[in-house]
Design a protein around this ligand. Structure first.
Ligand SMILES: [Zn+2]
Length: 500
């Protein structure tokens, strides 16, 4: 679903342009009369220029040609099939880090220019509301870091991976880079001998020409641009069966396959555990991508979660913690990927739930009581609200700050709000709510208000007052059933918690 446009799209032929048309009836006058191209957005409170009004993308077909070295731009062709939701004399795409060679709209060359982080395309003839259109962009996709921007391609020791959350898919390919516009994806990746390419979804073929292979992958479910994943490297692809025969495939550095296998072997049981909590796994496949890169985070890219290899090979973390981080990313496949936040202010629906299942798994499999962790979180929660905003109204990302909107308030602060809700409505109602949530919004987008509505329906009473205080309040409300829990004074340096 699309958001209300921040700027209204212009009518197909404005009064101004009509006058110009009558006056001289040559195209050069039309060019002169048009307002200058400007960056547009869908009105996201935290990222005002992400996404674009006036169309809804149905599918992306992204071809990437990798030269065998990760410091050179990839040659790329992105084809976007969309349906217009307004009359458009221009189409804005988000794209900010590559060279555009040509653009075609419905098979005809179109003019293009950039404005801010948008690629502004002017079709030969304006597009009318409710029509289907195909936009083909020939461009490069640059793995060198963008100036002052984080994310997009991640350069690994042996190739590339992708980390687009929240606002970096448009550093890799042109599109409608906002989670409110989910679409189907096809990836065609051409790489030289010795490299293996894997992307979201299932493989649909690989063919070899000379010394290169082109690998094709297709998603069977809609996906947000932020969840795209393409891995290119000297990788082993390890196959096994998950619950109900679900095909699993992990992507690991070929040389480390044996050492990493004990971790990979845990995924089927983790999926079975998640299914026992919230119901069937929502996608066509799953797997972990262990990349040789220092990202400082793990990421729930759809059907193929990205992890730093070092998480599994360096003795920095206890085993139970590593497994709970694996479950964190796995649970995002339900919470964040299948049910996608409609705006970035709803990101607590991703991170609060993923933190919840991370902690529940640690409680049930490693005897780490959730109550103790919640009590500690309660102690810090007011400070988190002050520095990051309340869970459902996070503060905008500070320029140049890598952590962006991913602060403790939307992780442990939001999990604490879920704990309060369970305390308030009881365990059976809470568990029913969780199952219904991922069922009702499967393959779609949802908002905080949708969650509050469903919680009220399941509990059989209006929970707006209760949840608004927990999700939007300046201060942390009292914890039901634990009147003795209090905010605590800050001790020591702030815990540097990796984004995940
Ligand atoms: Zn997460």
């Amino acid at each position: 679903m699309l958001l209300t446009p921040r700027h209204r799209s212009r009518p197909r032929i404005s009064r101004h342009r009509k006058a110009a048309l009558l006056a001289c009836a040559v195209s050069v006058c039309l060019v002169a009369a048009a307002a200058p191209p400007e960056p547009l957005g869908v009105g996201d409170r935290l990222y005002p220029y992400l996404g674009n009004p006036g169309y809804d993308v149905a599918s992306y077909d992204i071809s990437l040609t990798y030269a065998g070295t990760n410091d050179k731009p990839l040659q790329a062709v992105t084809t976007i099939d969309a349906r217009t939701t307004a009359d458009l004399d221009r189409v804005n795409l988000d794209f900010a880090h590559g060279t555009v060679r040509s653009v075609e709209v419905d098979g005809r060359p179109a003019r293009f220019t950039s404005a801010g982080e948008d690629l502004v395309v002017t079709p030969r003839t304006p597009l009318t509301e409710g029509s289907r259109t195909r936009i083909t962009v020939r461009h490069t996709s640059d793995p060198a870091p963008a100036k002052d921007q984080d994310g997009g391609w991640v350069r690994t020791v042996d190739g590339l991976a992708m980390a687009n959350q929240a606002d970096a898919a448009h550093l890799v390919f042109p599109g409608n880079d906002h989670p409110s516009d989910k679409a189907m994806f096809t990836f065609r990746i051409t790489a030289p001998d010795g490299c293996t390419a894997v992307a979201n979804g299932l493989p649909t073929g690989a063919y070899r020409v000379g010394r290169t292979t082109t690998w094709t992958y297709r998603t069977l479910h809609p996906m947000a641009t932020e969840l795209a994943q393409v891995s290119i490297g000297r990788s082993a692809v390890v196959h096994r069966a998950g619950p109900h025969g679900l095909p699993l495939r992990d992507v690991v550095p070929a040389a480390d396959h044996k050492a990493l296998e004990p971790w990979l072997a845990r995924t089927p049981d983790q999926i079975a555990w998640m299914e026992s909590k919230v119901g069937r796994y929502p996608f066509e496949t799953y797997g972990v991508l262990m990349a040789q890169a220092a990202t400082g985070f793990e990421l729930e890219t759809q059907t193929l979660s990205l992890f730093e290899k070092d998480l599994f090979t360096k003795p920095a973390y206890p085993e139970w913690y590593i497994e709970s981080v694996m479950v964190h990313e796995l649970s995002h496949q339900w919470f964040g990927d299948s049910v996608t936040p409609r705006t970035w202010s709803d990101v607590w629906l991703n991170e609060g739930h993923a933190t919840w299942y991370e902690e529940l798994y640690a409680e049930e499999t490693a005897h780490r009581p959730m109550k103790d962790r919640m009590k500690a979180a309660y102690g810090a929660a007011d400070r988190w609200r002050e520095s990051g905003g309340p869970p459902a109204r996070p503060k905008p990302p500070a320029p140049g700050q890598k952590i962006g909107i991913f602060r403790p308030s939307v992780y442990d602060g939001a999990a604490l709000a879920l704990y309060a809700l369970r305390q308030e409505i009881g365990r059976p109602a809470f568990e029913r709510l969780e199952r219904l949530w991922v069922q009702e919004h499967r393959d779609a987008t949802a908002t905080t208000a949708d969650f509050v509505r469903l919680a009220s329906a399941v509990a059989g009473r209006d929970l707006r007052g209760f949840l608004d205080a927990w999700l939007y309040g300046e201060k942390t409300p009292p914890m039901p059933g634990h009147p003795d829990w209090r905010p605590t004074a800050k001790t020591g340096p702030a815990e540097p918690r990796a984004r995940r």
